[in-house]
Write a protein that binds this ligand. Structure first.
Ligand SMILES: [Zn+2]
Ligand SMILES: [Zn+2]
Length: 373
């Protein structure tokens, strides 16, 4: 296994070059260079866009276990106390994907030196934060010729202490969808409302109406979120706004509720079009399928975790966060788990400073699991 120092150095080097979805050029080059320095005897390395596949041929060649790590950063200006801050202004690894890649590389490095019994497929996935890449990657020949029997991934969890792994069988992360609505009417002079269609007024009505969906259309024993985070319209205080834009996110526990909420949004938007004589467009942006941990593979993992004295196992509840990894789990049985990194700031926070001690802990835990007898 790589030393703690080496792992932390890799994390810090990756932390300094965060790149947005499908722009992970330096990140990909960095990882390829690191992979090239490993023994190559049972590795096959292939790339797709800014992503990387590394297939590790196992001794028994019986089954293939995939391990996925996401690669992209976020459009956030870093505000940590680090002396190894992002060198890309306005971009930051604020979701721990620098940790995810480092841990995957740590496990891969071990597998390169010590051939595992089963085949392993490391998937370094770009664009997790958007627009998403899992659906496209699933269609690639690599996923056919190296067809995984199961797939595993982790996500850092700021709220849990280092040394802990939180997981549950079944639903772990929600179904999520972005929401962008544009309303177009007719602008005009503030004193002549009768000859214009005011999009500030129609957007205000729409935002209020959208609140009724979770309250009135979602089973109270199910759950859903419709959050509008942005409302923009108009240019000046004495001009009637010709256009307004509403941006938000939808989260649900079930696929059916996601469909239902979208249908209600479409109906309400249609009503606004008629009622306010305007034209509206709806764009759902990045959509993520739920992360559903297959109990058949998750429960044995939990049982194994419980036998490890150095791992604090937490059976958590599901979260309304979203993850592109859900698409992999739709096609391949597997699971995702939370890795405790013990920091007061949440994911996507400009001050996020996950505890680096979690890196060697996770590398060891995953190696122990993959090489267990
Ligand atoms: Zn994220
Ligand atoms: Zn993330």
């Amino acid at each position: 296994m790589l030393s703690e120092q080496e792992l932390i150095q890799i994390r810090r080097e990756l932390h300094q070059i965060p790149e947005l979805g499908f722009q992970e050029i330096k990140t990909q080059a960095y990882l390829l260079e690191r992979i090239k320095r490993l023994p190559q005897s049972h590795l096959t390395v292939e790339t797709w866009k800014t992503g990387i596949f590394v297939y590790v041929n196992g001794l028994n060649n019986d089954k293939t276990i995939a391990y996925r790590a996401d690669m992209d950063g976020l459009p956030i200006e870093e505000q940590t106390s680090y002396d190894f801050k992002s060198k890309h202004s306005g971009q930051m690894h604020a979701c721990g994907h620098d940790f995810h890649m480092t841990i995957a590389f740590g496990v891969l490095a071990h597998a390169a030196f010590e051939q595992p019994s089963s085949n392993l497929l490391f998937i370094f996935q770009p664009a997790e934060e958007g627009p998403g890449a899992a659906q496209d990657m699933l269609k690639l020949p690599q996923l056919t010729k190296w067809k995984p029997d199961s797939i595993v991934a982790l996500h850092i969890a700021p709220e849990y202490p280092v040394g802990s792994i939180a997981i549950k069988p079944g639903l772990l992360f929600a179904n999520t969808s972005e929401l962008f609505i544009t309303l177009k009417g007719k602008g005009g002079h503030a004193a002549y409302p009768h000859s214009a269609n005011d999009m500030v007024v129609s957007a205000s009505h729409l935002v209020t109406q959208l609140q009724s969906i979770v309250a009135r259309n979602v089973d109270p024993l199910d759950a859903g979120v419709v959050t509008i985070g942005v409302i923009k319209g108009g240019t000046k205080q004495n001009i009637i706004a010709e256009q307004a834009v509403i941006e938000g996110t939808i989260r649900t526990r079930s696929i059916e509720t996601m469909t239902r909420i979208k249908q209600r949004i479409e109906n309400l938007v249609q009503g606004i079009e008629t009622g306010f004589e305007c034209e509206a467009t709806i764009n759902y942006g990045a959509n993520y399928c739920q992360v559903y941990n297959d109990p058949k593979v998750t429960e044995p993992f939990i049982e194994w975790l419980k036998t490890k004295e150095d791992i604090n196992v937490i059976i958590c509840s599901e979260a309304m966060t979203g993850e592109d990894f859900g698409y992999f789990l739709e096609e391949i049985p597997g699971f995702m788990f939370w890795l405790g990194v013990d920091t007061p700031y949440g994911l996507h926070d400009a001050k996020l400073e996950p505890n680096e001690k979690a890196i060697p802990f996770a590398v060891k835990a995953i190696i122990d699991f993959l090489y267990r007898r």
